[in-house]
Design a protein around this ligand. Sequence first.
Ligand code: NAP
Length: 497
Amino acid sequence: MPVKDAHGRTLVTLIPGDGVGPECIEATRRIIEASGVKLAFDIQHAGESVFKRGIPSGVPQETIDSIRKTRLVLKGPLGTPVGYGEKSANVTLRKLFETYANIRPVRELPGVKTPYSGRGIDLVVVRENVEDLYAGIEHMQTAGVAQCLKLISAKGCEKIVRTAFEFARSEGRKSVACATKSNIMKMTEGMLKRTFERIAPEYPDIQAWHVIIDNAAHQLVKKPEQFDVIVTTNMNGDIISDLTSALVGGLGFAPSANLGNEVAIFEAVHGSAPKYAGKNCINPTAVLMSGVAMLRYIDEFEAAQAIEHSVLYTLEQCAKDGVGTGDVVGYDKPNTLSTSAFADKVIKNLGNRSEKYRVRDYRQIKLPQISSEPAFVKAKTQRVVGVDIFVQSNQQPADLGPSVESLLDGTALKLKMISNRGTKVYPSAGAITDCVDQYRCRCMLRSGAEKGATATLSDADLLPVLAKVGAKHPWVHIEKLQEIDGAEGFTKAQGED
Ligand code: NAP
């Protein structure tokens, strides 16, 4: 629910952002104000300027306080150091306020010529926004081996799948495709697919189908018009939504909404595009259309429709007049429109409509209300049948294996196999593996590991094993091997029987 001030204006935390952000945000603010909507902007900062103030999260307390109050954010892109140092302030904002759904629509636009023009692309990527590899849980295992945990929860899957179907309904869309890599990552990506298949029958009015994410990328380039809504995990969604933006003319035209049950953050898909910063030449449409989505979110449907009609009309007129922003006609051309000149045209054209390009009828999206219980899924039975001990070792498998076997003598565990980067290397089945200095030693209960048994590995039995193995081969992490409701809660190594 929007929060209003004493004058009836909706409060919005406005983050101008880095690079081209302030230019796009200024254009958007002017257009929204010209539409007559009454908003009260609280200008706050995040990203590069905040990192420079020595705040490692890139999000200062005053910005957090503002968002807690307004519950609504319109932001420009934030620059993130790549490959080192601080975490992305964008991801931090999304995660701090549990905006679990990232909605990224693209549609064919008048006058924006692409190899796909005329095919009527109008699709939306619904990307899970807070889990997966982007949970950012990374560890160096050894000096030469890095690891990132891919965390997917049943609750997270339920929320994003329901959001995708609800979103489809709110826009009168006909189909939802679930794109996963469940053929390889059966537990994590597979969880999204299984959740999708369980929930889809609740939405009989919407066609539901599954597509493997790599084929989705292929199909998106080959026949994008077959897609309507695509729901997918965080990293897959990040990648394919840049692809889908390119289908309709590029990142200058790709808006997004980060939705949660408490807070919503509206921003373009694109980043700070540093090479264009401060030049008043970037296309503001992506940020503007994110602002339009924000207006719909706060029930300002009339103003949102008016701005969207004006954008379509303006693009149409620009094409007729042979002018456009740099991404459409080329930068530094006599017919190039600056960011502010394009915004002026959209303002002037408010009240006009494209004759050819229609604007959808939108309804307010109903976000899923899901239990906040941490134990969202409760197992009837759960037991520990073994442990994967990841050790640092520069030995060859043929030497490491017998050593670990002898260290396990007289304990509750026996060595089943050793793998290196997911491939079984001991006992050798003849695989040719270029080993690194991190091995996984899969140790199972000597008795009671088999299905249907009831034995469980206790910490009292496990801890002496870790001490004994670790004394010779330092362990870097462990994973308990669990049987949950009678099913193995772990996958086999490649080559493991
Ligand atoms: P980027 O800023 O999105 O820019 C990549 C390219 O996309 C630009 O060079 C330009 O292409 C095109 N582009 C982007 N915005 C455009 C617009 N409004 N109009 C027309 N063309 C546009 O990606 P990046 O260079 O990889 O990232 C720069 C920084 O932004 C990084 O620090 C990154 O972490 C951050 N980032 C932030 C967000 C966010 O805040 N949500 C999202 C993504 C990246 P041409 O060169 O072909 O003209």
